[in-house]
Design a protein around this ligand. Sequence first.
Ligand SMILES: NC(=O)c1ccc[n+]([C@@H]2O[C@H](COP(=O)([O-])OP(=O)(O)OC[C@H]3O[C@@H](n4cnc5c(N)ncnc54)[C@H](O)[C@@H]3O)[C@@H](O)[C@H]2O)c1
Length: 372
Amino acid sequence: MKIGVPKESVDGERRVALVPDVVKSLVKNEHVEVLVETGAGDAAGHPDSQYEEAGAEVVAGEVTWGADAVLRVAVPTLEEISKLSSGQLLISHLSPWTAAETNNALARAGVTAFAMEAIPRTTRAQAMDALSSQAAAAGYAATLIAARESGRFFGMMTTAAGTVPPAKVLVLGAGVAGLQAVATAKRLGAIVTGFDIRRAAWEQIASLGGRPLELDFIPDAEGEGGYARPLTDEENAQVRDALGQNAAKQDIIVTTAAIPGRPAPLLITADAVRGMSPGSVIVDLAAETGGNCELTEVGQTVVENGVRVIGPRNLASEMPAPASQLYAKNLENLLGLLVDEQGTLSVDFEDDILAAACITEGGAIKNERAAK
Ligand SMILES: NC(=O)c1ccc[n+]([C@@H]2O[C@H](COP(=O)([O-])OP(=O)(O)OC[C@H]3O[C@@H](n4cnc5c(N)ncnc54)[C@H](O)[C@@H]3O)[C@@H](O)[C@H]2O)c1
């Protein structure tokens, strides 16, 4: 079986689908060959020579698109999909719930496509869960951006010239990315407060050394599959009010709140931003899905009353080496369910992980949610 790794083509995408260590592990199976496009790992710190040493063949891009299994990070363009043909396997992020054109093009091409966003969030699937591995990288990157842009010491600094107090950081949304932001800000020495509408997250914030902001007038909002349910308009207004008051006490806010399949909830109003001290910073990790802050603009920094509101895109790509390492491991684990000892591809649709993550197969959109 030939596995192809084309170079990523999306602007600013620095990750790569396979890292040399994972190539080494895959080619231990003598029936597996790995073909990597020249320069595919450069931006993640992996030159072609490392792939060759690991046992891959470094080839031109077109060759990788012809492999039995093609592995990618970012959603392929329609032009890239046109290079694929019937029976080929593609594993990538595919934005399957929103990118109808991608789903249709993959079905038309007869590709067996698996979306990393559709891996279930179950215990068995954890080792393949790229949403989690990449969210952890994004939460870490957001905190470092906040630290750098705030120009503050996160930890208390005692010097002969006096003592500088620690920075105060508020993290909104304490899922995978938010908890990583809490942990990172805490390790840097900040005084960290975390908030989530799921009560289970309060204990997790505390376990990382943060102080949970316990807005207990909102009933626990844990919904299906451990995700948050959307709040009612009234609850949202109450939360925004309370967060507005708390925001005024913070130097830095990192926002990560999300409801699957919906626009990001609005948590920090323009008025709340104006109530913060000049020099404060908000990093809105939810920028690409509408933002948790009213003033967020994706890919931009907006300055209001001296407060900078940063709306970064594709934050996991800011940490290309570790994000690629974890993503490659997620792919290797998924391939373990798809490729047998003889290097033969066989998709067992009785397997709940494969059944959930397969978007197109045999010329049709197989996944009900993606078909809608
Ligand atoms: N394999 C597993 O068992 C597994 C793996 C990953 C995540 N999970 C669980 O899945 C859940 C979602 O994790 P995620 O990181 O994908 O979340 P996510 O990216 O969907 O959302 C981020 C966080 O925002 C919170 N949120 C939503 N609306 C909010 C609001 N109005 N105010 C404040 N916070 C709000 C959510 O509760 C969530 O914690 C968590 O319970 C997590 O523990 C389980």
